[in-house]
Write a protein that binds this ligand. Structure first.
Ligand SMILES: O=C(O)CCC(=O)C(=O)O
Length: 285
């Protein structure tokens, strides 16, 4: 079955009824070229050269040979990566897909390095966000490819339509939380298992109950991805935890990404100290 995919036709992304229906039915939409080359180049420069991002990155074992390396922050901030997390084509699209105002729940850079990048177990993001006191799964992620992402370097894999089965029990495997595999196995017999191969700048908008996974990166090619997560404003978590409570988000026009001159000032982002995240287990090595 082909992926539910769309092309950016202009500088703005029009969210059509068909896109909303695909999100409702399949749990995702893929938007090719969400970031234009010039925008992507600026974001890449920020991610690769910003000392704060490098300093706050941490690694966890994937329970096999691989290491999952990431850097996570609470608020988008005013640098070019923040412009992506606040722009209309990202935030406005999530609001239309989730049906109401959203706020920034966190952003993370997933650094799946060549040869060493770890796997991600089958999971639903709401599998663990649930434990943060988010009462409804009115939450989603925008996964933006920074590098080419293909089967060989551990692209994202999804079970199309799995958001419809509700939240599945999750348990720890090494540092990560994974969904009950017996259940996933049964769902795999009924649902399409799709590999989401992406070019740099492509973006997958997906629901928090969509089952997804990715393999270790045994290839010589780095696979970095930039993930912005959003929660509906109406779904303010009832527990204080390591991600923010409702914080109004100041949206910016799409042009703000290309116009932004701030590559290095990460003031206000509030990087996560992984020791405070109770939904992962840090590697003791
Ligand atoms: O980067 C990946 O392959 C998956 C990341 C992911 O699933 C997550 O952070 O929840």
């Amino acid at each position: 079955m082909p992926l539910r995919e769309y092309q950016m036709q202009s500088a703005d992304l029009e969210v059509t009824d068909k896109m909303k229906q695909d999100f409702e039915d399949a749990g995702y939409i893929l938007v090719r070229n969400l970031l234009k080359n010039k925008e992507l180049a600026k974001v890449k420069e920020a991610l690769e050269t910003n000392d704060a991002i490098i300093k706050h990155a941490y690694s966890m074992s994937d329970g096999q040979e691989g290491m999952t390396k990431m850097c996570l922050w609470s608020h988008p901030g005013n640098d070019v990566t923040g412009m992506v997390g606040r722009c209309e084509k990202v935030v406005g699209t999530c609001e239309k897909l989730l049906g109401g105002e959203v706020y920034h729940y966190h952003t993370k850079l997933m650094m799946k390095e060549a040869k060493t990048g770890g796997r991600h177990l089958w999971h639903q993001d709401y599998g663990y966000w649930y434990r943060n006191g988010c009462l409804f799964p009115d939450m989603m992620t925008v996964f933006i490819a920074i590098d080419k992402s293909y089967k060989g370097n551990g692209c994202l894999e999804i079970l199309e339509g799995s958001q419809k089965c509700g939240r599945i029990e999750h348990g720890f495997v090494a540092a990560q939380q994974g969904a009950d595999l017996e259940r996933v196995k049964e769902l795999e017999k009924k649902l399409e298992h799709l590999y989401v191969e992406m070019e740099p700048g492509d973006a997958l908008f997906f629901h928090s109950n969509l089952l997804h996974t990715s393999s270790a990166n045994n290839s010589p090619d780095r696979r970095w991805a930039f993930l912005c997560a959003y929660n509906r404003a109406s779904n303010n978590p009832v527990l204080k935890h390591h991600h923010p409570q409702y914080t109004p988000l100041t949206k910016v026009p799409n042009s703000a990404i290309a116009d932004c001159q701030n590559i290095t000032d990460t003031e206000g982002k509030e990087f996560l100290n992984p020791a405070e995240d109770k939904t992962i287990k840090l590697d003791s090595k």
